[in-house]
Design a protein around this ligand. Structure first.
Ligand code: AMP
Length: 413
């Protein structure tokens, strides 16, 4: 099905062709006509399904069909700066042949350029809630002409405690607006939010391209606190760990891990909220280009980052919440590439691990470091709690450390 049948104009479809997109993804095929009709929409889809284009494309189409008013006509609210920057990159790529004006609003950088951009006149703004509220309070934001509001990664925004600022933002926007809400999961909280903010919404639900429990080979490795750094260095010496996302519970921890890895001669980049926006963008760029193969991140900083082809996720610190575990390991194994997730577990993490296994409804196989690196028994996918472990899917088992075949990991994009 070509993009033109969805109701997108020639300038947008040209930009898509230049991006190398051949056809819409399932969520795009379903969502775009509904958004163009003006319907409110709930999109349940994870990163990696093409969900950003599913709302950006019809937004651009709608905006380009009527004259600019110089005041914001569409607003996308997203939980993190990284996600805002990524959405804006999409907007600029798909809207490159349109004469619309875009701006981003997020904290951690000076307000001046953002205020100037709003003053110059904008059609579409992508913002994090905090800074947007700051600018609203200073009366730099005019919502009078706002027609479409998008809440992206709404589940993460709720997790991060953004419901009060979102309420304030939505309360300031005309009721005649169209509202789109995207979330990786549907929970009671999300349902309540949709009832509060959306009118007779259509629901578009797309299964994840890969569900972590099925697509990612997961291991738990028992370590003492003191053995964590040597264990990580030991793992990273294996070249098969081509692009590794390492999760630290804290920002300081992330810096410390990066220092230790640097000392061991392993080039690393770090991503956490104590770093400046410029440093974060550079860290992602170095990781995406393959200049460094290891990115050390905190949960919040890693949220929503779009890096294909991560071969391994290492939970250096075990995540306190099962949802964080699922989110973390969902960073690998995307696009059907089988990825590995290795979690370090100390004595103190045992209760949390049991909680996670109950949440997943499965046990996660335990390995020693030696067992991982040696020609270990066949790697297993996360096994059902009851027992009976399934062997790996097509292509047969892959020994830990063995390179994937040509159909395996794709280049990072
Ligand atoms: P998202 O789920 O929005 O994070 O998108 C995941 C990736 O898919 C991004 O790198 C997009 O550039 C890419 N993408 C989105 N739509 C398409 C499409 N129709 N064809 C090919 N790639 C796409």
């Amino acid at each position: 099905m070509p993009f033109t049948t969805l109701g997108l104009g020639s300038k947008i479809t040209l930009a898509l062709k230049e991006q190398g997109y051949v056809e819409p993804t399932p969520i795009q095929a379903k969502a775009i006509p509904l958004v163009l009709e003006g319907r409110d929409l709930i999109g349940v889809a994870q990163t990696g399904t093409g969900k950003t284009a599913a709302f950006v494309l019809p937004l651009l189409e709608r905006l380009s069909a009527s004259p600019s008013t110089r005041h914001m006509r569409a607003l996308v609210v997203a939980p993190t700066r990284e996600l805002v920057v990524q959405i804006e990159e999409n907007v600029r790529a798909y809207g490159r042949h349109l004469s619309l004006h875009y701006a981003t609003v997020f904290g951690g950088v000076g307000e001046g350029p953002q205020i100037q951009a709003l003053r110059r006149g904008v059609d579409l703004v992508v913002a994090t809630p905090g800074r947007l509220i700051d600018l609203m309070e200073q009366r730099f934001v005019n919502f009078a002409d706002l027609q479409v509001l998008v809440l992206d990664e709404a589940d993460r925004m709720l997790d991060m405690g953004f419901l009060p600022p979102i309420r304030r933002i939505v309360g300031a926007i005309p009721k005649t607006r169209q509202t789109l809400l995207f979330s990786a999961t549907m929970s009671k909280e999300i349902e309540a939010v949709t009832r509060e903010f959306l009118k007779a919404p259509a629901l578009v639900e797309i299964g994840a391209r890969s569900t972590p429990v099925e697509a990612v080979t997961q291991w738990v490795v028992e370590v003492s606190m003191a053995a964590k750094v040597p264990a990580l260095v030991h793992l990273l010496k294996d070249a098969a760990l081509e692009s590794v996302l390492v999760f630290s519970r804290t920002k300081h921890g992330a810096d410390r891990i990066a220092r230790k890895l640097d000392d061991a001669g392993i080039k690393t980049a770090t991503l956490h909220s104590n770093r400046t926006q410029g440093q974060r963008i550079l860290a992602l760029k170095r990781f995406k280009s393959g200049e460094v193969r290891c990115l050390v991140a905190t949960d919040i900083a890693a949220r929503g980052i779009d890096v294909d082809g991560i071969s391994h996720v290492i939970n250096y610190d075990f995540p306190p919440q099962p949802e964080d575990y699922v989110h973390r390991i969902g960073r690998t194994g995307r696009a059907q590439a089988i990825g590995d997730a290795i979690s370090f577990v100390t004595h103190d993490d045992h209760d949390t691990l049991r909680k996670l296994e109950r949440f997943l409804g499965r046990g996660i196989p335990r390995k020693t470091l030696e067992g991982l690196a040696a020609n270990a028994p066949q790697p297993q996918r996360a096994a059902p709690a009851a027992g009976s472990w399934r062997p790996r899917g097509p292509g047969g088992p892959r020994r830990f450390g063995q390179r994937r075949g040509p159909q395996g990991r794709r280049g990072r994009t």
